[in-house]
Design a protein around this ligand. Structure first.
Ligand SMILES: Nc1ncnc2c1ncn2[C@@H]1O[C@H](COP(=O)(O)OP(=O)(O)O)[C@@H](O)[C@H]1O
Ligand SMILES: [Mg+2]
Length: 256
């Protein structure tokens, strides 16, 4: 059974894309069949995994709003060995277009993903930094959510809003949605702030906070400009070790 995990937080810059790309890559290198869906109009995951704009015609926009099937839109990436639904700025218009749909606009992605999810072990959705219809579509299609929390000032601000959105989606469209885990990102052991944010998040989410925390690591910020996951860019880096540990933790939680 394929598991669909949305990586969501309406705040920008908290590590959603870095986590989506490197968790997807980590799971792929552990031998899992992985589909990465770039669901952000900025297309950062698409570029970050090395899919150049000229290598595809169809994207997440077509998956969502045309009669194209997932298999028409999916690209094969070789390093890391995974499948990708790429995204372009076209997706930015989807929110407005969907508003015109009277019924079922929250389930458009789910309808396309459900028929193929069992071809994969994991489907990872990199969500946009907003709580609009794109996010609702991702949460409705997902079995669970990973919430990256940046160890910075105001880290917890906005989490209440995200949690109430998750509850709303549970109530209206997807009763089975669960929180897969909360991931502390850009952790800096030398700062009291990181320690404090980490303690606060653990106090609230308890055992749902991953043991693996992602350190602030410059290699993680350099890798996307090469179109590489951290495992191609610098497998010995602290960032690579952290995302490898996270991938193992996700597997363990899901029974291997
Ligand atoms: N652990 C990290 N260490 C250093 N830089 C990071 C780390 N995680 C993310 N970044 C950088 O921070 C910025 C925001 O991260 P990103 O994953 O794009 O966040 P989001 O998708 O939530 O907007 C990017 O430039 C990214 O390369
Ligand atoms: Mg992003």
């Amino acid at each position: 059974m394929g598991k669909v995990i949305a990586v969501a937080n309406q705040k920008g810059g908290v590590g959603k894309t870095t986590t989506s790309v490197n968790l997807a890559a980590g799971l792929a290198y552990l031998g899992k069949k992985v589909l990465l869906i770039d669901f952000d109009p900025q297309g950062n995951a698409t570029q970050g995994i090395g899919a150049s704009r000229s290598s595809f015609k169809l994207s997440a926009y077509d998956l969502l709003l045309s009669d194209k099937k997932a298999s028409d839109v999916i690209l094969s990436i070789h390093q890391p060995p995974l499948s990708l639904v790429p995204s372009t700025i076209d997706l930015a218009g989807a929110d407005l277009e969907m508003v015109e749909y009277k019924q079922g606009k929250e389930k458009l992605l789910k309808n396309k993903i459900d028929p193929i999810k069992d071809h994969y072990d994991y489907v990872i959705i990199d969500c946009p930094p907003s709580l609009g219809l794109l996010n609702t579509n991702a949460l409705t299609a997902a079995d669970s959510v990973i919430i990256p929390v940046q160890c910075e000032y105001y880290a917890l601000e906005g989490l209440t809003q995200l949690l109430s959105t998750i509850r709303l989606v549970q109530r209206l469209f997807n009763p089975h949605l669960i929180i897969e885990g909360v991931l502390l990102t850009m952790y800096d052991i030398r700062t009291r702030l990181s320690v404090e944010v980490s303690q606060e998040v653990r106090k609230y989410f308890k055992e749902r906070v991953y043991k693996s925390t992602i350190p602030r690591n410059v290699k993680l910020s350099e890798a996307p400009s090469r179109g590489q996951s951290i495992f191609e860019y610098d497998v010995r880096s602290e960032g690579a070790k952290a995302y490898a540990a996270l991938a193992k933790e996700v597997l363990k939680y899901n029974g291997g």
